[in-house]
Design a protein around this ligand. Sequence first.
Ligand SMILES: [Ca+2]
Ligand SMILES: [Ca+2]
Ligand SMILES: [Ca+2]
Length: 176
Amino acid sequence: MKCVVLLLVWTSAIVCGHSINRVSRAAHQVCHPTDGRLFEFHTRPLLWEDAQIKCEENGGQLATIQDTETFEFIKSQILGTPEINDDVKTGMWIGLNDRSMEGLYEWVDGTPLQVDDFKLWSASNPNNNMNKDACHGQDCVQMWKRKNWLLDDDYCSFRKKDFICEYFNSGECTAL
Ligand SMILES: [Ca+2]
Ligand SMILES: [Ca+2]
Ligand SMILES: [Ca+2]
């Protein structure tokens, strides 16, 4: 019995040894088709701020989706990966938010949402619904599963969601 346990510890040490990296290996990863970013899809739900912290711990941030091509690429990754698509219950957090000033959307690095940025909101969003958070309303943006992954402002601290991180200069992707 002792040997079996020792063997297990030894084996997992080897497996873990290979998996230690700046970027967590547990989540599905894919390179952006052109700009060299690495996206990482997490299916252990967190509140928005904790999700952002999780991305930062690995040197990244919640994903930025400035154009339709990137949106469609991310959506195709979700739809084409059953362990993500089946697992996500409500939606996936991205880096867009209006936490600093109501109605003024910006990415986590402070870059404002530009006029010509991608912003395919789901119908009647953003609506800053106040029902579950009378102080803040809805200030954190998800890709909403049941609205074909279109954007929705949701409560930052009400429901945990799966999320997408992005990493620049991860060493894993090449910009074209
Ligand atoms: Ca607000
Ligand atoms: Ca809001
Ligand atoms: Ca909303």
